[in-house]
Unconditional design. Structure first.
Length: 304
């Protein structure tokens, strides 16, 4: 009997998430694709692994047994990959990395260019996810590592299954239509009477900005809810409102937008998360250092 690692991963995700649809979303497959692969896994092992109960599915006793072994098998594969890397004089590796738009445009180009010159055997495959999803994807074994963010006034709860390495510290700035905010700096309260363009409250950025505004005595009057900073900046250039923007978001700045420092800085820490239980991999350490160097070259230290 030959077991497919991908099918074992699907079985593990099904056990964790309870529905084929949720497992498919986590693995970036279609539900029908996951169902077909799990049916093939049942044929390979020759026993029933899954029982349906209405719209939900449940693993049989043998399915649970195989799911437990899948955790061990997938963990062994990860440890073997790390051991091979450590034994090589020149590192050859493939890393899967979770990113979001401003990181992909503001940090990755410089970091990956440097990594390609110094360590050409390291190949990096990126997947764009919402910032709120990247850490879970690493914890669940879908990615090797991911970028994660923390705000000075609204820190994230740390998952003990993950190890975080800080790579950059950004400031948030006021972004407004050209000429709308005279002066070299502005207080957050000075933005209270403006219409706002902001991400929804489910996003970490949207929640963090709302917390900061509330701490300064007002709730932002949000007239446009958009998730991407570039979209918000384009709307600001058309005179539709104000928002806050991070240093990395400034790489996407269109004409017609003024960016003004806040009197009381709001900081955003960018880190890279990996599984705390993972065997150390030199390729991950080299990737983290390449990103950290790229951030330092851009002055993303949170000071000055």
């Amino acid at each position: 009997m030959e077991l497919s690692l991908r099918r074992l991963q699907m079985l593990r995700e099904l056990h964790r998430r309870g529905t084929v649809t949720a497992a498919a979303q986590a693995l970036h497959y279609s539900p029908s694709g996951v169902s077909q692969q799990l049916a093939q896994l049942e044929r390979e092992v020759g026993v029933k692994l899954i029982e349906r109960h209405g719209r939900r599915v449940q693993l049989t006793e043998l399915g649970l047994l195989l799911s437990d072994h899948a955790e061990e098998i997938l963990g062994s594969v990860e440890r073997a990959t790390a051991a091979i890397e450590q034994a090589q004089s020149g590192i050859t590796a493939r890393l899967s990395v979770g990113v979001w738009a401003s990181v992909a445009s503001g940090l990755l180009p410089r970091a990956l260019s440097s990594l390609a010159v110094e360590h050409p055997g390291i190949r990096v495959h990126t997947s764009e996810l919402a910032p709120e999803e990247t850490a879970d994807a690493v914890r669940d074994g879908l990615l090797d590592l991911s970028f994660v963010i923390d705000y000075s006034g609204h820190p994230l709860d740390r998952d003990p299954a993950l190890q975080w390495s800080v790579v950059a510290v950004e400031r948030l700035h006021a972004a407004a239509p050209e000429g709308a905010l005279p002066g070299e700096s502005v207080s957050l309260t000075a933005l209270a009477d403006f219409p706002w363009i902001l991400a929804g409250p489910r996003s970490h950025f949207g929640r963090a900005v709302r917390v900061e505004c509330h701490a300064h005595g007002f709730d932002p009057r949000i007239v446009h809810t958009v998730e991407e900073q570039f979209t918000a900046l384009a709307m600001i250039a058309s005179g539709l409102g104000v928002t806050l923007v991070s240093d990395l978001g400034l790489t996407l700045l269109p004409p017609g937008v003024d960016v003004i420092p806040l009197d009381e800085p709001i900081l955003r820490t960018v880190s890279i998360a990996q599984r705390a239980s993972s065997t150390p991999r030199p390729s991950i350490d080299l990737f983290v250092e390449a990103v950290r160097s790229a951030a330092a070259e851009q002055g993303l230290t949170g000071v000055g």
